[in-house]
Design a protein around this ligand. Structure first.
Ligand code: AP5
Length: 215
């Protein structure tokens, strides 16, 4: 089963991906995580991506599509969670044709519906483990170990693009590019909405229901 999690920055896609992986047999393709790893490795893709990400802009479609094509060519047939891809209609169309070539398909497209006003608080308070990627929030989900990760002891860091001045542009990009992508899927009657303003466990239950995994 392959699924797309689509929603605004901070709507909870990463949090729910981790819950799904912990309980079920999924692998996650977070294009944001892949790009951040490429930046750390100072690869060509990373250096290109950094210029866009630091400003809160989208990385060009050709770079993103090549990156996902490469990932899919190495896939072992496991169920994939697409987290952060596609974000434009061009990316959505490319993903459909990529999967078609491999006789695969997207089974569920889950849209994380949220009031934009709460996103800034979620994003500015987010902290992420530099080792295992566990996601925290200084107010709503603090680590019991202070600046260290509860799971692996890694140090918690703030993402470079989680600063208020960059967040505004990320939200604008979401409206401009991902809004039409959501409408593209809605028009094909492939989109299912969840209320991502609920507690993470409640959002998770909604997703399990959509995926028909609830007991
Ligand atoms: P990316 O890393 O994908 O970031 P994003 O889409 O902006 O999403 P986030 O990771 O910020 O948020 P999330 O929805 O995962 O929320 P989370 O669960 O962490 O992309 C970064 C950049 O890379 C882009 O700006 C772009 O430049 C580039 N890029 C990536 N993919 C691209 C593509 N396809 N095309 C072009 N460019 C691309 O939660 C956030 C916080 O809220 C946490 O603190 C969490 O604890 C808290 N929280 C989560 N759920 C809840 C809840 N239910 N209730 C209360 N708090 C909650």
């Amino acid at each position: 089963m392959n699924l797309i999690l689509i929603g605004a920055p901070g709507s909870g896609k990463g949090t729910q991906s981790r819950l799904l992986i912990d309980k079920y047999n999924f692998v996650q393709l977070s294009t944001g995580d892949v790009l951040r790893a490429a930046i750390s490795a100072k690869s060509d893709v990373g250096m290109t991506a950094k210029c866009y990400m630091d400003q809160g802009k989208l990385v060009p479609d050709d770079v993103m599509i090549a990156l996902v094509e490469d990932y899919m060519s190495k896939q072992s047939g496991k169920s994939v969670i697409f987290d952060g891809f596609p974000r434009t209609v061009a990316q959505a169309e490319s993903l459909d044709s990529m999967l078609k070539k491999n006789a695969a398909r997207i089974d569920h497209i889950v849209y994380f519906k949220i009031n934009p006003q709460i996103l800034v608080k979620r994003l500015t308070g987010r902290r992420t483990c530099s080792q295992c990627g566990e996601i925290y929030h200084v107010e709503t989900k603090p680590s019991s170990k202070g600046h260290l990760c509860e799971k692996c002891g890694g140090s918690l860091t703030q993402r470079a693009d989680d600063k208020e001045e960059v967040i505004g542009e990320r939200l604008a990009q979401f409206e401009k590019n991902t809004g039409p992508t959501i409408e593209f899927y809605r028009g094909q009657k492939r989109l299912v909405e969840v209320d991502s303003m609920q507690e993470p466990e409640v959002v998770f239950k909604q997703i399990e229901k959509v995926l028909d995994l609830a007991n």
